[in-house]
Design a protein around this ligand. Structure first.
Ligand code: PGA
Length: 230
């Protein structure tokens, strides 16, 4: 079980130190936090496993606003999220740019959590499997399925909305993704201490990518305990 906390654009360095001082994860669960770039150093200093939220494919160059694999590794960062739906929706990330980022990160020695998921409109049109296939195959065709790669299934309609996928919907999507790529699949989208056990109890749910509920050390620790029990 892997439980990753995606902090998005939350927490300064001081807030990161306060979180790490208060956070008591249980043994027996792999825990990762993904702070914003500026808060990576204090997160690494805490001894927790730390991922970035994004990483660029080039070694260096004229890419304003981007960060390279080597820059992250110098800080002691172990991996990166790639292709989060907010990157796809608001920052023009495409299946192709996601694949390039995933490939460069893995080749450089970072672990990767690559995100896929359909929008509400796509689900209502009956295109869920089509979208998941296109997004997942773009990643698989670029890198195969190395051990350092984890997929996160995050239905866009469930992110930050409080509207969690039912365990059945999550299980069905996870099984479909696993028919395309041989990788662990995390569920993300309004995971909370109250619903974590049921979601994590599904046979093809290998962990969770947690947004809002990862910002509070107690609720994030409660989700990690649910994962240990699952
Ligand atoms: P949420 O976000 O848990 O706040 O819905 C999940 C994510 O975007 O990774």
């Amino acid at each position: 079980m892997l439980i990753a906390g995606n902090w998005k654009m939350f927490k300064t360095q001081a807030e990161t130190r306060a979180f790490c001082a208060a956070f008591e994860p249980p043994d027996g669960v792999e825990v990762v936090i993904c702070p914003p770039f500026t808060s990576l150093p204090p997160a690494v200093e805490s001894g927790l496993t730390v991922f970035a939220q994004n990483v660029h494919w080039a070694e260096e160059g004229a890419y304003t606003g981007e960060v390279s694999v080597a820059m992250l590794q110098e800080l002691g960062v172990a991996g990166s999220l790639v292709g989060h739906s907010e990157r796809r929706q608001y920052f023009g990330e495409t299946d192709e740019s996601v694949a390039r980022r995933v490939r460069a990160a893995l080749e450089g020695g970072l672990d990767v959590i690559a995100c896929v998921g359909e929008t509400l409109e796509e689900r209502e049109r009956g295109q869920t499997e089509l979208v998941l296939r296109l997004q997942t195959e773009a990643i698989r065709d670029a890198v195969g399925a190395p051990d350092q790669l984890v997929i996160a299934y995050e239905p866009v309609w469930a992110i930050g909305t409080g509207q969690t996928a039912t365990p059945e919907i999550a299980q069905e999507a996870h099984a479909f993704i696993k028919s395309l790529i041989d990788a662990p699949v995390l569920y993300g989208g309004s995971v909370k201490p109250e619903n974590a056990a049921e979601l994590l109890g599904q046979s093809d749910v290998d962990g969770a990518l947690v947004g809002g509920a990862s910002l509070d050390p107690d609720s994030f620790a409660a989700i990690c305990r649910a994962a240990r029990a699952a």
